[in-house]
Design a protein around this ligand. Structure first.
Ligand code: PAF
Length: 277
């Protein structure tokens, strides 16, 4: 596995363009969810292709006061995961390498980014779009894998790729869960034992909604809120029913309707989603 931490180092590489490259962009603290993204990347790259993983805790996508400083950075363990998974290239730049002090260019998607996580985390998706654009330019992959847990991120990246004419296939990877249903996230390690014990309420609420035959979105949302709020440590940031493609609110459950939630346990904000139809 090649490990590169500078842009000059990437450019100096003698890349074999006949080998398709599939990129898995991450912020590190790799867990079984990331491993599933890496394996999906390998499937798409084929045995002859190249799987590239980037690890970069992107300061631009953390709003002021968020967890940028305390975000886990287990460098050695991450490197081991990548080696064990047969990753060909690990790109692990520093913040200074990625952003000059006087940088003044942002990539903004302005419609899908507005609601849901975009409403609670202003500027977050501009940070995501900017770093993903840079990673696409630097690594020039044929395809890139994004997890469906960050459903809105996936939609925003797809839109950006379409609007800016990137010739990069975006591959969606299903959510990976702990046995009790909690969606895997690097942030789960912030939860104390009590919070961790209550967090699977999110999945229970989403599953109950998907199984109910109710059509009015307001009724479904009321149930979801009730279930989540039955966990004493849960505080709902948002619970919304939207179209899975346009991310705009829906009043009734129809085909391709998404239920998306963000819930705080203490200072830790967890997100999850489910297709209702
Ligand atoms: O999903 C993530 O880990 C990040 O948002 C991403 C796509 C790596 C951009 O920093």
């Amino acid at each position: 596995m090649k490990i590169v931490s500078t842009i000059a180092g990437l450019r100096a590489q003698d890349r074999d363009r006949r080998r398709p490259r599939v990129l898995v962009p991450t912020m590190g603290a790799l867990h079984a969810g990331h491993v599933s993204l890496i394996r999906l990347a390998r499937q798409h790259a084929g045995p002859e292709g190249e799987v590239a993983v980037s690890i970069f805790v992107n300061p631009l996508q953390f709003e002021p006061g968020a967890d940028f400083e305390r975000y886990p950075r287990p460098e050695k363990a991450d490197e081991e995961v990548c080696r064990a998974e047969g990753v060909d290239l690990l790109f692990r730049p520093s913040p200074n390498e990625m952003y000059g002090e006087d940088r003044s260019t942002l990539v903004e998607e302005t419609v899908l980014s507005e609601r849901l996580c975009g409403a609670s985390r202003p500027g977050h998706f501009h940070g995501v779009c900017t770093v993903v654009t840079k990673l696409f330019h630097l690594l020039e992959p044929e395809a890139a894998v994004f997890g469906e847990k960050d459903f809105q991120q996936l939609a925003v990246v797809r839109r950006m790729v379409r609007d800016l004419d990137f010739v990069i296939k975006i591959i969606a990877a299903p959510i990976v869960r702990d046995p009790d249903g909690l969606a895997m996230s690097s942030r789960n390690q912030y939860l104390n034992p009590e919070e961790r014990a209550q967090a699977p309420v999110i999945r229970r609420a989403l599953l109950a909604a998907a199984q109910s035959q109710e059509k009015p979105a307001a009724a479904v949302l009321a149930r979801v809120r009730g279930t989540i709020e039955s966990a004493p440590l849960a505080r709902i940031d948002y619970a919304e029913i939207v179209g899975a493609d346009d991310l705009q609110p829906r009043l009734t459950i129809e085909p391709r309707t998404l239920l998306a939630v963000a819930v705080f346990f203490g200072r830790t904000r967890l997100i999850d989603n489910i297709l209702l139809a």
